[in-house]
Ligand binder design. Structure first.
Ligand code: ZN
Length: 321
């Protein structure tokens, strides 16, 4: 019988025009170039991560799904015929990302087989003065956004928000947004790669050409009345306590501060994803123990049962609701 244990995956690194080298701070091995995204846990045609620890080492998350889907993902996390529901990334925004918006699952313009995208960000690191683009200015409707795009002044329609490490943002589909230079982010999102680009600062892509914009799709999917986006400071939190920082139909994300041995458990309903945001410590379970540190991500099978975190850690815990 296969031993059930927390799965750690080999990240898939992605070069992006806005990327850099900051993910090295987590001890991650980066290929050459401007690395913008580390796909830490992914089951998507554009990136499938492979297990790198224990007896399942070498299996892709897609193969794990086929072999152990129901048992590992849980009764709510496993969808017959569907992929793993979440995609977990670390992002190094060395330059501004394009202004973008994601559709909901029901948008009729979606590529076949693709889903909408609701996501959340946890700011791991931010340079002084760093900011992001988050939502429309009050009163901007479709006509106003359309003419601003046409006249090259879309930035006038958008809200800029200063950010610092520890801030959390919930970005439901339909929220116009952009990460900007100087932030390192943990991103937890629906398993989708559908992005509509509203504006890209007239900047050439990796191939030297301007990247495609998707103005009509963007105008169609933007939530002008507000999509329920929320942001929060997350520092008011006690030792060995969870604080909910994002709640959606696709994921619940909590932040916890580990300061002493902390007994926890998975449930049969859902896998648990742990993203270690800060610090060093250990993760133990029935039959094993391993050291953990900032930048590491683990997929705990729903059937794992009890586990313990110890050390001095900031942890993000995600489950399917
Ligand atoms: Zn996005």
């Amino acid at each position: 019988m296969t031993q059930v244990y927390p799965l750690q995956f080999k990240p898939e690194m992605k070069e992006r025009i806005w990327g850099g080298r900051a993910l090295q701070q987590f001890g991650l091995e980066l290929p050459e170039g401007s690395i913008g995204e580390g796909w830490m846990i992914g089951d998507h045609p554009n990136g499938t991560t492979k297990v790198m620890n224990g007896e399942l080492a070498g299996l892709g998350l897609d193969e794990i799904r086929e072999k152990y889907g129901r048992e590992y993902f849980g009764t709510k996390g496993y969808v017959e015929g569907g992929r793993f529901p979440l995609l977990i990334k670390l992002l190094d925004c060395n330059d501004d990302l394009s202004i973008q918006v994601h559709p909901t699952d029901s948008y009729e313009g979606l590529p076949k087989g693709e889903l909408g995208k609701t996501e959340m960000w946890y700011i791991l690191d931010a340079k002084p003065g760093a900011k992001i683009i988050y939502g429309l200015q009050e009163g901007v409707d479709r006509a106003a956004l359309a003419s601003a795009i046409e006249e090259g002044r879309v930035m006038d329609c958008l809200q800029e928000v200063p950010v610092e490490a520890g801030d959390a943002f919930y970005i439901p589909a339909g929220t116009v947004h952009a990460l900007c230079a100087g932030v390192v982010v943990a991103e937890i999102q629906q398993n989708s790669d559908t992005t509509y680009r509203v504006f890209d600062y007239n900047r050439p892509g990796l191939d030297g050409k301007l990247r495609e914009l998707h103005v009509e799709d963007s105008l169609n999917v933007t939530a002008y009345e507000g999509a329920g986006a929320s942001r929060m400071k997350t520092d008011a939190i006690g030792d060995n306590e969870w604080l909910t920082i994002a709640e959606s139909p696709y994921f619940i994300v909590e932040k916890g501060l580990v300061r002493a041995p902390w007994q926890l458990s998975t449930t049969p309903e859902s896998f648990v994803i742990l993203v270690i945001a800060e610090g060093e410590g250990s993760l133990s379970w029935d039959g094993g123990k391993q050291a953990v540190k900032a930048g590491e991500c683990f997929l705990l099978p729903a059937s794992l049962g009890g586990y313990e975190l110890d050390g001095h850690l900031t942890v993000l815990r995600s489950v399917t609701p």
